[in-house]
Design a protein. Structure first.
Length: 109
């Protein structure tokens, strides 16, 4: 399977797990706790598969950048933790950094 497709699946699994942490309430709520554990196990297994074909630095940059952006968006909806202007600027810089690595770095080829 394509490494970048696996990376997308790994990111989705990680975002589900991270977004469920608050709802798990220190692992006292079953369903969110199961989402946390299974999400992280799936995410790291998928990330290991990704690194067979995608350079580690590139995979990790995309993983982190996409995870930060997606978790922030989900937290703003689920937990009403709405980012302010400075947070959006920071998120924009993260996206720009990942784009620079992917588009211009020789390590991504």
């Amino acid at each position: 399977m394509n490494g970048y497709l696996l990376l997308a699946l790994a990111i989705v699994a990680e975002v589900i797990a991270t977004s469920s942490l608050k709802a798990a309430e220190n692992f006292t709520r079953l369903v969110p706790s199961v989402l946390v554990v299974t999400g992280y196990v799936a995410a790291f297994w998928l990330l290991m598969q990704v690194m067979k074909t995608v350079p580690v630095g590139v995979a990790y940059a995309i993983w982190c950048g996409a995870g930060i952006v997606l978790v922030t968006l989900i937290a703003s909806v689920l937990y009403r933790q709405v980012p302010d202007l400075a947070a959006w600027l920071g998120i924009g810089l993260i996206i720009a950094g990942v784009a620079v690595i992917q588009l211009f770095s020789k390590m991504s080829h």
